[in-house]
Design a protein around this ligand. Structure first.
Ligand SMILES: Nc1ncnc2c1ncn2[C@@H]1O[C@H](COP(=O)(O)OP(=O)(O)OP(=O)(O)O)[C@@H](O)[C@H]1O
Length: 278
C-alpha cells in the first residue's frame, strides 16, 4: 500500500526559468527502504523538500503536480503537523540543531516537548535513542560543541524521536567515519523492521546495495531509473548518469561478465564465484 506518492511533479525555483524537477512520479510503500542516487545538483535535496512540504510552504517558486500522504494532498496538512508524520534529516546537520537547548539529551527531547508528549514517555524514548545512536558519552555536551559527524547523529536521533512513519535522510553519512556510517545503516535496518518507510539520499552505493529494497536514480531533475536494487545497481547503463555500481559488482562484471544473477555485495560475490568455479 502506498503511503506517499508524487504525481507528475515539476518544480522551478523563484526567478529561475529552468525546472529543477521534471515530471517525477513515484509511490512509496510502507516499510520499504528507498535509496536515492544521482550526481551533484541532480535535484535530490529539492525532491526531499517537496516531499516534506517545505516546497511550496517555505521555498516559493512554481510547483506543479500532486504530493499525496495517506490519500490526502500534503497541501491539506499544516507544515508543523507533517513533522510528526514525515521526518527529515537535513544534509547539513548544523541547520537542524535547535540552538535553544544546552545538552544533546535535551536536544533530542526538544521536538517531543513541542508535540506535548508526556514527560515519562519522553524520557524513556530519549534514553532508548541515546543507546541506539551510541550517544552515551555525549549526552551532557552542548550540541554546538560536537563535531560535524556527531551533530549528524544527534540531528538524526531528534528526527527519529518523533516516531514519524516516513523518514527522509539527505546524505546522513556525509560527515561520518566508516564505522559510524555502518552504524547509521544498522539504524536504517532497525527502523525498517519497526515498519518505517525510509527515503535515503546517499552516494555510497556499496551500502545501498545491502540495505535498500529499491533504488531511484535522478539525473538533471528527472527520475531516469527506478526499480529493485538488484536490477538497478547491476545495470551498467546507469554509469552514463554519472553514478557508480558497487565495487564488487564492477569486479564481477569484469571477471565473469553478465552471466546469471549479478552480485551486489561481498557475500553474494563470494557465493557467485564459488559457484562459477572462478
Ligand atoms: N534555493 C535555490 N534557488 C535556486 N536554485 C536552487 C536552489 N537550491 C537548489 N537550486 C538548484 O537546483 C538544482 C538541484 O539542486 P539540489 O540541491 O536539489 O541537488 P542535489 O542533487 O541535492 O545536489 P547535491 O548532491 O550537490 O546535494 C541545482 O541546479 C541547484 O543549483
Amino acid at each position: 500500500m502506498s503511503i506517499l506518492s508524487l504525481k507528475n511533479i515539476n518544480y522551478c525555483y523563484p526567478l529561475e526559468n529552468e525546472p529543477v524537477i521534471q515530471d517525477v512520479s513515484f509511490a512509496l510503500e510502507k516499510g520499504k527502504v528507498y535509496g536515492v542516487i544521482g550526481e551533484n545538483e541532480s535535484g535530490k535535496t529539492t525532491l526531499c523538500n517537496i516531499m516534506r512540504g517545505f516546497i511550496p510552504n517555505l521555498y516559493k517558486g512554481t510547483l506543479r503536480g500532486e504530493v499525496t500522504f495517506k490519500d490526502k494532498s500534503i497541501s491539506e496538512y499544516n507544515i508543523g503537523e507533517l513533522a510528526a508524520h514525515i521526518g527529515y534529516s537535513f544534509q547539513n546537520p548544523f541547520t537542524q540543531i535547535s540552538g535553544v537547548k544546552d545538552t544533546v539529551y535535551e536536544e533530542i527531547a526538544y521536538g517531543m516537548e513541542n508535540l506535548g508528549i508526556p514527560r515519562d514517555k519522553m524520557t524513556q524514548r530519549v534514553d532508548e535513542l541515546i543507546v541506539l545512536f551510541q550517544l552515551e558519552k555525549l549526552k551532557d555536551q552542548n550540541p554546538f560543541e560536537l563535531s560535524g559527524g556527531q551533530k549528524q547523529l544527534v540531528a538524526l536521533a531528534s528526527v527519529v524521536a518523533l516516531d514519524p512513519e516516513i523518514i527522509i535522510l539527505d546524505e546522513p553519512t556525509s560527515q561520518l567515519d566508516p564505522k559510524s556510517t555502518e552504524d547509521i545503516f544498522q539504524i536504517v535496518e532497525y527502523l525498517k523492521k519497526a515498519g518505517k518507510t525510509i527515503f535515503l539520499v546517499e552516494h555510497k552505493v556499496d551500502l545501498l546495495a545491502e540495505y535498500c529494497d529499491e533504488i531511484f536514480l535522478l539525473y538533471d531533475g528527472r527520475l531516469v531509473m527506478q526499480g529493485k536494487t538488484a536490477e538497478v545497481l547491476s545495470d551498467e547503463s546507469i554509469l552514463q548518469y554519472r553514478v557508480q555500481l558497487p565495487q564488487v559488482t564492477l569486479f564481477y562484471l569484469k571477471l565473469v561478465g553478465k552471466k546469471g544473477k549479478v552480485p551486489l555485495t561481498v557475500a553474494e560475490t563470494f557465493k557467485a564465484l564459488k559457484g562459477s568455479g572462478e
